[in-house]
Design a binder for this molecule. Structure first.
Ligand code: 6PG
Length: 477
């Protein structure tokens, strides 16, 4: 029998995806550049389902039923191009190549165009959920031509995570780069979420002088409520971990220099191009960058004046609750901004992305899965063209409930010198959105002064310029 789907690139993610296909009853062809990985997969997991191992790309392609569906799971960039180039001459019109790695969406757009010209379908697909998700059910975000989804979609939906109501966490996002774009923003939100949790931890630790294990208990408790999410859950586990070598909390022996493979940075770059403020994601990305600026940190430590004040905490429990509410509110901001960015890209590239669908497929399987995604799903069901998640009635109330707490936490952060860049910039964003007037009017005046960049007036149509170096009268531009 021929295989219904093939996977090439059998590192951890590819291997687990292949097993997931097999465990769901699909005959899956497997291939790896060095055949050893293919053989070990078939040896170790052959009993889980039907695998067809192939040593060469030619045999691999020949073992697939038509239209062929090949999932490529190799490193983004050059390695992905190399595999695509090797596969292309072996495929026929209508065959489908799925790039399931974290590719840059502009690369995906380029590849889709190239392959479409050859009569092939190219599907750039986000896959989230890490190693375990790949095996047990990830959240899948496929882009590419709608036509490809007719045959590919049902297979992906079968192996995807399922939401509580049974809906698969997989939907056709839109054409060409839409799937990878959405995965990129997913990762940006992941960065923001992680940074916000980190700031909450830092404030609790310093403010209340708690041990990591005690903060783990607080996070575990938060995980019973509105904040319930995979990231909060694993945070509690990380904080509870003891280092076998020293007996200390593991978190205290890990170097405080955060790494990043690039998706957060890509999100911020794209947001700049689109003109969408994703301040939460940007702060999170920069916070990782600051943590890794070893030389600057070393030079500044003990040198820069502090003039901090001690935490003013009459009520410890009230502070914990303040931090919880600040975290929730800041999280709403990060998601609102991420959805704005998806909306902007969808308009820019003509992708017609349905935002409610994004919220739905992020409910399970992915790294940012959270109870909160149900609320976002409902918000977009109420109004598909919601101008901002923050103005949905549910979120208006939910954030209103925490605004005072949020302000107190940001104020404490400033006074005590415990940095909370994502908390504070999210609050600033919130206040900017709700402001009656912004100092942007003054900026327009300044621009007009030095560059005759003109301005508009609040009391009528038209564009104006003040003759700053003349008699300072106003002229219509
Ligand atoms: C996922 C993750 C996954 C990966 C990130 C980590 O959705 O399963 O987002 O894609 O863990 O790329 O990114 P950094 O290494 O940049 O933190």
């Amino acid at each position: 029998a021929l295989a219904q789907i093939g996977v090439t690139g059998l590192a951890v993610m590819g291997r687990n995806l292949a097993r997931n296909f097999a465990r769901n009853g699909f005959t899956v062809a497997v291939h790896n550049r060095s055949p050893q990985k293919m053989h070990s997969l078939v040896e170790e997991h052959g009993s889980e389902g039907d695998f067809i191992g192939a040593e060469s790309l030619e045999d691999f392609v020949a073992s697939l039923e038509k239209p062929r569906k090949v999932v490529v799971m190799v490193q983004a960039g050059g390695p992905t191009d190399a595999v695509i180039d090797a596969l292309t001459p072996l495929l026929d019109q209508g065959d489908i190549i799925v790039d399931a790695g974290n590719a840059l969406y502009t690369d995906t757009m380029r590849r889709e165009k190239d392959l479409a010209a050859k009569g092939l379908h190219f599907v750039g697909s986000g896959v989230s959920g890490g190693e375990e998700g790949a095996l047990l059910g990830p959240s899948i975000m496929p882009g590419g031509p709608a036509e490809s989804y007719v045959t590919l979609g049902p297979i992906l939906e079968k192996i995807a995570a399922k939401a509580e109501d049974g809906t698969p966490c997989c939907v056709h996002i839109g054409p060409d780069g839409a799937g990878h774009f959405v995965k990129m923003v997913h990762n940006g939100i992941e960065y923001a979420d992680m940074q916000l949790i980190g700031e909450a931890y830092d404030l609790l630790r310093t403010g209340l002088d708690l041990e990591p294990a005690e903060i783990a208990d607080i996070f575990a408790e938060w995980n019973q409520g509105d904040l319930e999410s995979f990231l909060i859950e694993i945070t509690a586990e990380v904080l509870r971990q003891t280092d076998a070598r020293t007996g200390k909390a593991l978190v205290d022996v890990i170097k405080d220099e955060a790494g990043q493979k690039g998706t957060g940075r890509w999100t911020v770059k794209s947001a700049l191009d689109l003109g969408v403020p994703v301040t939460g994601i940007a702060e999170a990305t920069f916070a990782r960058a600051i943590s890794s600026q070893v030389a600057q940190r070393q030079a500044a430590r003990g040198v820069l004046a502090a003039h901090t004040e001690p935490f003013a905490l009459e009520d410890r429990e009230a502070f914990v609750e303040d931090v919880r509410l600040a975290l929730y509110a800041s999280k709403v901001v990060a998601y609102a901004q991420g959805f704005d960015q998806i909306q902007a890209a969808s308009e820019e590239f003509g992708w017609n992305i349905v935002k409610g669908d994004m919220a739905k497929i992020w409910r399970e399987g992915c790294i940012i899965r959270a109870r909160f995604l149900d609320r976002i799903t409902e918000a977009f069901e109420r109004d598909a063209s919601l101008p901002s998640l923050l103005v949905d009635p549910y979120f208006v109330d939910a954030v209103a409930n925490g605004v005072s707490s949020w302000r107190r936490v940001v104020a404490q952060s400033a006074l005590t010198g415990v940095p909370a860049p994502a908390f504070s910039s999210s609050l600033a964003y919130y206040d900017s959105l709700r402001a009656e007037r912004l100092p942007a009017a003054l900026i327009q005046g300044q621009r007009d002064f030095f560059g005759a960049h003109t301005y508009k007036r609040i009391d009528g149509e038209g564009t104006f310029h003040t003759l700053w170096s003349g008699d300072r009268s106003e002229v219509e531009a």
